[in-house]
Design a binder for this molecule. Structure first.
Ligand code: PMT
Length: 404
């Protein structure tokens, strides 16, 4: 199941670094792409060449050893990773991460990534039980980092107790189960899915228009994840500067009216529809053929309502599972719930766009998923790719329940 997953393995300086070699090998055998970052201390235990040979990728040890001038390596790796595995994680790297310290290649990348981070500690039994280490681990746990607990037994330092890096086979099993959680790899295969993303543009005259800050990243991330799962994806998008994900049929539109036409054309044959687009609610009543000339004083532009596409989809629903998005700045859940009911949706994904790292433009989002049975699930801030994965698990589960 890890096949095709980009795994960034962080190796810090403990004797268990030798076990990270076996872990690299097992992950690549599963079809994952593995890139390794080692701390300076880790290189005292194992040579970077070992990881290079096992991963078939260059190994990173120095923040300033930029291998490609077109890229900044720690940011590039942070963005590349679908998941980060820290094994072995020493007390030192755990402490740095818990306190925001970024003074080498590994610690800098850990702060720069939005991918989920799994931490497999390995250290002396007394170090593992030290209040500072416990406090740091608690802090990280509270921030959503996932721990793979060390095993008990004979430790290299001579003690017997807890602190031994979990076996590579077990780590791979945990990643397989946990990272993909209960996603059924075949559920979306062959399903027809319609996604909308991006903003709309409502023309005033040939050079001016009203629009909003949507970049299309959320809609495109959903389309990409669904295509990876084998769905037949049609993506209706407003004007954005993004590449079309592989195996996605893209339909470009500009205005809310064009989006309405494209969505309605495809709607009847779909099984799942997700509307992540930020559609204009109003447009200028009069669109000038020629560029408007400025004059002294203020300008009034009369606006009229656009069609509420989602509401109409809810009215015309004929077996489709319909998911809306809502971008809100206050009473977020209450307004989201109202939209869900008013538009006859199966679920709604609510963004509190006042929250840092959530909503328009950026690479991350933090959302709450509400379904029509009144269940709520808050997803912590993570990359739009990761949010998409988690949303699809929830949607899958609700679609299955609905048909049971
Ligand atoms: O594109 P990004 O930069 O990645 O940003 C993502 C996002 C913030 C745009 C996305 O996560 C999001 O929240 N999209 C919905 C934004 C929005 O306009 O919400 P709304 O509350 O105005 O609309 C509610 C729902 O009705 C949405 O599903 C919208 O697509 C739909 N709608 C709105 C107006 C309209 N005329 N027709 C519609 O179908």
């Amino acid at each position: 199941m890890l096949n095709g997953t980009n795994i960034l393995l962080g190796v810090s300086g403990g004797i268990a670094a030798y076990k990270a070699c076996a872990l690299t090998s097992k992950l690549t055998q599963q079809g994952a792409s593995v890139k390794v970052i080692m701390t300076e201390s880790a290189t005292q235990f194992v040579s970077p060449l070992t990881f290079q040979a096992l991963s078939r990728n260059p190994v990173y040890t120095d923040t300033f050893d930029e291998k490609n001038p077109a890229k900044i390596a720690h940011i590039d790796l942070a963005d590349w990773a679908d998941l980060v595995m820290l094994a072995p994680a020493t007390a030192n790297i755990i402490g740095k991460l818990a306190n925001g310290i970024s003074d080498d290649m590994l610690s800098t990348t850990l702060l720069a990534t939005t991918a989920p981070i799994y931490i497999a500690p390995a250290m002396n039994v007394h170090m593992y039980g030290h209040p500072a280490v416990i406090e740091n681990m608690k802090k990280l746990d509270g921030w959503g980092y996932k721990f793979i607990e060390p095993g008990s037994g004979y430790l290299a330092c001579g003690y017997v107790g807890k602190g031994r890096l979990e076996e590579p086979e077990t780590i791979v099993d945990i990643l397989n189960k946990d990272f993909h959680q209960n996603i059924d790899q075949t559920f979306f295969t062959g399903k027809k899915v319609l996604i909308s993303g991006g903003p709309t543009r409502e023309a005033v005259d040939p050079v001016r228009f009203f629009t909003n800050h949507s970049s299309g990243k959320m809609g495109f991330a959903l389309a990409e994840e669904l295509a990876n799962l084998g769905a037949e994806v049609t993506l209706v998008t407003g004007p954005v500067k993004l590449e079309t994900p592989k195996n996605v049929q893209r339909v470009d539109v500009e205005s809310a009216e064009e989006m309405y036409q494209a969505i309605m054309e495809h709607y009847p044959t779909q099984e799942l529809v997700i509307k992540a687009a930020a559609v204009a609610d109003y447009r200028p009543k009069l669109v000038y053929d020629q560029k408007m000339k400025k004059s002294d004083g203020t300008l009034m532009i009369e606006m009229e309502r656009t069609k509420d596409i989602l509401k109409e989809l809810g009215e015309r629903k004929n077996g489709q599972f319909l998911v809306g998005f809502a971008a809100e700045t206050e009473n977020v859940l209450e307004y989201g719930q109202k939209k869900l009911e008013k538009k006859n949706l199966d679920a709604i994904v609510v963004n509190d766009i006042t929250e840092q790292g959530s909503g328009f433009g950026g690479d991350t989002n933090a959302v709450t998923y509400l379904n029509k049975r009144g269940e709520q699930k808050k997803l912590p801030m993570s990359s739009k790719k990761e949010v998409s994965k988690q949303l699809l698990q929830l949607i899958e589960s609700d679609m299955k329940d609905g048909r049971a």
